[in-house]
Design a protein around this ligand. Structure first.
Ligand code: UDP
Ligand code: MG
Length: 313
């Protein structure tokens, strides 16, 4: 049975968030009910091993027809979870947010008002970002580099409290890539994007689902998934080093003729060698990132596996 589409869909990825979910329901649902727009909430359970699914199903029972749960068969990552949420969402405006209450649900009406002003993507900047210092610092550096590399212009890649128009979400749904970064993808399709400042809180319950390693992986996805600039930069670097070496070898040749044979400077030579070996490995690594991405796409495995969708009549 196909219902008429709601005006607003909220898509929330959930991975082991049993501590945060009760508070999330308590704050999010009154906001939705107070919207005077029709709404739905789509939770995506990204393979939680705690009681998250049970809590989500309880919420489905309490809000029949308005809350649905896409249950994954394993952990496929936050961005794939949002992709799955997008593919079943029906709203005219689609809002994404985290389940851990770091994004205040009370900001949703402001996002929607910004959409009403004719923007098709509303990004957010965390005005009072409450995260560990090293995360904030790393984010700043990564935001800068990413904007340079991708040619996008986002102030805060990490904040997932965002709103997208139906057109943008449909375009995202048509992208078959198996690793992605939703805010960047949306920015590519946006015709009239805007950014607003939103509040941000500390994670009070549960722990961050991103280890340092996972964060680094995610940022590689962002940088090499949206641009060929790293690959081209590596080629340039190779050219520059080859050019310098050429000049150096002419100098050495002249010395050989003018000064005679010399055998000093073994350690200098070793240092230069180690440095260049490091550079080479780095370059191979960058090329490898792209090859890995090609490998992933070429296998054509499903990006995620849905076990069941709860809440659909
Ligand atoms: N998340 C997910 N799958 C994952 C990792 C995270 O669905 O593999 C969800 C998580 O439950 C939360 C959101 O993505 O709703 C953001 O995760 P988290 O708060 O741990 O990230 P951080 O705020 O530390 O960047
Ligand atoms: Mg968080």
């Amino acid at each position: 049975m196909e219902k008429t589409a709601p005006e607003v869909s909220v898509v929330i990825p959930v991975y082991n968030e049993e501590e945060s979910l009760p508070g999330l329901f308590e704050r999010l649902l009154p906001v939705m009910e107070g919207l005077d727009r029709s709404w739905e909430v789509v939770f995506v359970n990204d393979g939680s091993r705690d009681r998250s699914l049970a809590l989500l199903l309880d919420c489905v029972d309490k809000h029949p027809g308005a809350v649905r749960v896409v249950d994954f068969n394993g952990n496929f990552g936050q961005h794939m979870a949002i992709m799955a949420g997008f593919s079943v969402s029906r709203g005219n405006a689609i809002v994404t947010m985290d389940a851990d209450l770091q994004n205040p649900p009370e900001e949703i009406p402001r996002l929607l008002e910004e959409m009403d002003r004719g923007h098709d993507v509303v990004g957010t900047i965390r005005s009072t970002r409450k995260d560990p210092f090293f995360r904030k610092f790393a984010s700043k550096v990564v935001n800068r580099i990413t904007n340079r590399i991708t040619g996008l212009n986002l102030h805060d890649y990490g904040c997932m409290l965002r709103a997208y128009s139906r057109r943008v979400v449909d375009l995202i749904n048509s992208c078959p890539e198996s690793t992605t970064f939703i805010p960047a993808l949306a920015q590519k399709f946006a015709l009239n994007p805007s950014e607003i400042e939103v509040g941000h809180s500390e994670r009070e319950l549960g722990t961050s689902k991103y280890s340092l390693f996972r964060l680094i992986r995610l940022n590689f996805d962002l940088m090499t998934g949206f641009s060929l600039v790293p690959l081209q930069a590596v080629t340039m670097l190779g050219l520059v080093i080859a050019g310098l070496s050429f000049v150096f070898s002419i100098y050495m040749l002249l010395r050989r003729i003018l000064v005679g044979p010399e055998a000093e400077g073994l350690f200098t030579l070793m240092t230069i060698n180690f440095f260049l070996m490091g550079v080479t490995m780095f370059c191979v690594g960058i090329a490898g990132e792209y090859i890995g991405r090609i490998f992933q796409e070429i296998r054509k495995r499903p990006r995620y596996l849905v076990d069941r969708i709860y809440g659909d009549e």
